[in-house]
Design a binder for this molecule. Structure first.
Ligand SMILES: [Zn+2]
Ligand SMILES: [Zn+2]
Length: 118
């Protein structure tokens, strides 16, 4: 379970500060904050550590987290689609390559056959 939690914490990153994990929940703003976000303008706002907020099941938190998650899921899906398109292109190129080779071989064989006839 520890790995699961670590992965979750790693996954929820601040959209404003890449590399910074969302660690806090600003209660008056109901916003997820990272270390950087928390400095300004939330410095005077009461913030809860995210783990504590999750444990307390603060209302609205799940939607906030779901929003972050769906962004990540979309990003991941886009990246996967890109990868798939690339793989398809590569496959197509390979197929076209063998077709060209086959055609060239056929022409070559035909030429050789003609030569032998002459
Ligand atoms: Zn931030
Ligand atoms: Zn705030």
């Amino acid at each position: 379970w520890y790995d699961e939690e670590a992965r979750e914490r790693q996954a929820a990153q601040c959209p404003q500060h890449p590399g910074e994990a969302l660690r806090f929940l600003c209660q008056p703003c109901s916003q997820l904050l990272c270390r950087e976000c928390r400095l300004d303008p939330h410095l005077d706002h009461p913030c809860l550590p995210l783990a504590e907020a999750v444990r307390a099941r603060k209302p609205g938190l799940e939607e906030l987290l779901a929003g972050v998650d769906s962004n990540l899921v979309e990003l991941e899906a886009a990246r996967r689609a890109e990868k798939e398109a690339l793989a398809q292109l590569r496959e197509q190129a390979a197929r076209v390559g063998t077709q060209v080779e086959e055609a060239a071989e056929r022409v070559l064989r035909a030429l050789l056959a003609q030569k032998q006839e002459v």
